[in-house]
Design a protein. Sequence first.
Length: 299
Amino acid sequence: MQSAEQVLAVLRKRGELWEAAPGLVGMRGDLLALHRALERVIAELARSQAPDEWGVPAALAWDTLKTADYFASFPQWLSAASHLSSDRAVLERVARGDDPRREFVPADAALPPAVCYHTYAALAGRILESPTLMTAQGTCWRHEGERLAALERGWAFTMREVVCLGAGDECEVFRCGGIEQAIALAESLGLDEEVVPATDPFFAPTARGKELLQRIKGLKHELVLPLGPDRGIAAASFNHHETFFGEAFDIRLVDGQPAASACVAFGIERWTLAFLVAHGPDAAHWPAIPHLESATWQP
């Protein structure tokens, strides 16, 4: 087994991986073919549980994150969508060569840190007559500062999520099924895996009570894949939110009780990197993967 650093060095040398900025990667060749194959495999797994696929917006309203109590919980990750001022004097200065970065207006929207927030915003104020499941894939943004690392910890990365809203026991059955499916997926790809209890990295002291509840109640688990002989990365997470989002977004069951929710999330770049660490960067040595097509780009 090679280390992640060794694999990345090979990919960079071959020109299949590059970064526009820390945590913002581009892919081509066999790397891109592998990434897309894993996207499709994971999408099929998600649709087997939730055939209702959504195409979600590229950004979120600030009010969505405020309602979700995100600013108190994870402000360290926030990224925003802004644009250059339309003031003519500003545009003229920029056109003459001034640095445009000083001339952006306050952000109109947030870049999504997770896909599931779109679900709660879209279903806000609804009454659910039966368990509601959806799946979506999107680009998510979390800025982790010095921890940013290509494919492992992206500022922008690809997330596939499956979300369930319903009664608490229904959501827990869904979550446990997601764990079983993710384990089976890892084994089918020849990857060693470990499912471990986990907690979210809550920021504010007032939010850390949630971390304690997660730990005590076992509400969050992660599937960890090896990135070398002595370290691994969480490539999927399995979360039961109880009625937090149902209460926050006024999503209710027919009996008037707030809906519970759970989500299963897959980080596609992390699965890609773990696969390469396990099987090497040479496509000739990879095990068979459904949907994997030969790359046409040659270095």
